[in-house]
Design a protein around this ligand. Structure first.
Ligand code: FES
Length: 140
């Protein structure tokens, strides 16, 4: 196939692998999600900045392979600017589709980024609830 190098990665995967977007972590992030891949043991961390329930900034760090890097880069682009409800609906399959597919043997790698994003949102919500309780706690 012309658009797909012999190793089976689409041009989009190669682009996000070679030039990953949003690498790193956010200082004092509003939410952090870390997940491990049960298949290979690799790790992914996603941190988010949230303002008025909109993800205004997002970064990732991973010990994963090229497919994990490419999918995380894509997830950060898909999630940035979305409200957290919409971002929670980003599925593992959406990310793989957006990257124009991944070789079947690497599909497990693509799970990390979406799962870490969901965990970061859960963490944000938990912190927010905590803050709410702290604010609502009557002064003694
Ligand atoms: Fe571990 Fe791809 S082999 S994330």
């Amino acid at each position: 196939m012309e658009d797909r190098p012999q190793i089976g990665y689409s041009k989009k995967v190669m682009d996000h692998f070679m030039n990953p977007r949003n690498v790193g972590d956010i200082e004092n992030a509003d939410g952090i999600g870390t997940v491990g891949n049960p298949v290979c043991g690799d790790l992914m961390q996603v941190s988010i900045r949230v303002e008025n329930d909109i993800i205004t900034d997002i970064k990732f760090k991973t010990f994963g392979c090229g497919s994990a890097i490419a999918t995380a880069s894509m997830v950060t682009e898909m999630a940035k600017g979305k409200n957290i409800e919409e971002a929670l609906k980003i599925t593992r399959q959406d990310v793989a589709d957006e990257l124009e597919g991944l070789p079947p043997v690497k599909m497990h790698c693509s799970n990390l980024a979406a799962d870490a994003l969901h965990e970061a949102i859960k963490d944000y919500r938990a912190k927010k609830e905590g803050r709410k309780e702290a604010i609502e706690e009557p002064a003694r």
